[in-house]
Design a protein around this ligand. Structure first.
Ligand code: SF4
Length: 337
């Protein structure tokens, strides 16, 4: 299977794998893991449920043979999984594999250096506000913007560059943070991405009128800055890129609601308990852990992935308006954003 290019039913190549290493998080962001659902009595996956590092390593090697050239470690909060650097060290032996991670940044100050040493290429940090009250309103009151900024600083010092900052914009909550965030991260080595609030999972009570569309986010920015659109870095990049006319810095906008990008989607996802998903808005996954733990040979697992990908026709964001119910969609905290 080595060196193949797998194409799905819509002609999209497989290239990116998002690997959730835990379903737990130390935040309770309202758009992802609302406290009222993920409270103290919520049953998270047990350690035995989670794929071990050996199982994750085997899977990533098989996906590498199937064309994977970028692995993004996610969660929940991936840095809650102990010894994550060891997993990165094992992935690092695969040539031309880009290894990135999305984190809420609250533990980054502690781990940035060891992650870099292990071979992590770069990091994406979720930060929705600089104002502590607004930050708390979105994070569920856990940690602080200051703590996340300390983590970002540590990532810069460790050389995990460029650092991408993901800001989810929710109407009536943090639009007033768009310009302060732009000012804070308008510098080399940083790319601030504004994300349209999405109806991920089935628990965040998403409403279309709480979405701040990409066009409106640009209007906010253009009050102070001149921006020019620039080409994507690679086929399938989710963010639309804009460069500030003055200076070298750039921003991105991830507009899954108003400017869907399904036609170029090259991503597959693995949940922390080893299920394969072909869309962020999927309702069902394919159990690969059972195959791993029942001694299935590589060829069987490869064949299963090939079959799943080649039948893939997901394009949820393009069909969102035709879909009436939110019920049944997998939670983002379970399969990673
Ligand atoms: S909605 Fe699904 S198919 Fe569309 S871009 Fe997102 S993950 Fe890909």
């Amino acid at each position: 299977m080595a060196g193949v290019t797998l194409k799905d039913a819509l002609g999209r190549c497989f290239r990116d794998l998002r690997v959730s290493v835990t379903d737990r998080c130390n935040f309770r962001c309202t758009y992802c893991m609302p406290e009222e659902i993920f409270g103290h009595d919520y049953t998270f996956l047990t350690h035995r449920d989670l794929l071990s590092f050996a199982e994750l390593d085997r899977l990533v090697r098989l996906f590498y043979q199937a064309g994977c050239r970028k692995v993004r470690l996610t969660g929940g909060e991936p840095l809650l999984r102990p010894d994550l650097a060891d997993l990165i060290t094992s992935f690092r032996t695969l040539p031309d594999l880009e290894i990135t991670m999305t984190t809420n940044g609250s533990l980054l100050e502690q781990y940035a250096e060891s992650l870099k040493q292990a071979g992590l290429d770069r990091v994406t940090v979720s930060l929705d506000a600089l104002d502590e009250a607004v930050f708390a309103a979105l994070s569920g009151g856990y940690s602080s913007a200051g703590r996340v900024l300390d983590g970002i600083r540590a990532a810069e010092e460790a050389g995990l560059l460029p650092i991408k900052i993901n800001m989810v914009v929710k109407r009536g909550v943090n639009e007033n943070q768009i310009l302060p965030m732009a000012a804070a991260f308008r510098k080399p080595g940083y790319i601030l991405r504004f994300i349209e609030y999405m109806d991920v999972g089935s628990t965040n009570q998403w409403k279309a009128d709480e979405v701040v569309p990409a066009a409106e986010i640009l209007k906010h920015l253009e009050k102070l800055y001149s921006l020019v659109p620039i080409d994507p870095n690679y086929h399938g990049e989710v963010a639309r890129r804009y460069r500030y006319l003055e200076g070298e810095a750039e921003i991105g906008i991830i507009a899954s609601v108003t400017q869907p990008f399904c036609k170029d989607c090259t991503r597959a996802r693995i949940s922390a308990d080893g299920k394969l998903f072909t869309c962020l808005f999927a309702e069902q996954g394919v159990d690969l852990r059972e195959k791993l733990r029942s001694g299935a040979p590589d060829a069987e697992i490869n064949g299963l992935f090939q079959q799943v990908w080649e039948q893939r026709a997901d394009r949820y964001s393009e069909t969102r308006s035709e879909i009436s119910t939110a019920q049944g969609r997998i939670e983002m905290s379970y399969i990673g954003g």
